[in-house]
Write a new protein. Sequence first.
Length: 128
Amino acid sequence: MADAKEKTVALLSTTTVGTNLATTGETTIYTVPAGKTCILSHAWLKASADVGGSLDFTIGQDTAETDFVGTTAGDNLDNANDVILIAPVPSATPTMQKAYAAGTVIKFKVTVAGNAVTGTVYLFGFLF
């Protein structure tokens, strides 16, 4: 875990999402520290190569892996070091978010697998 200043959006974690985005499943990307509450702001996903014609994923707390970002397509990651921004989509009606309590486990879940490439997730948010 990176040293994040309280009440400042900062990089909370950098996690390799398996070694293979060709496998469905979940990977823990962050656990809220004891005595803190966390609000997530966004994430970045970097691919090591072309993920192929399909890749879908979600991010959220364990057992509800969609409560930060619902199903998102990553099939536009066509080359090594391509990166996509992952964030709730704002609209005229603000997107409801969660304040995660201490000990909450945040996961990245591949729901539709792509090619056998490595993904790296950079998760951002703030603690209070």
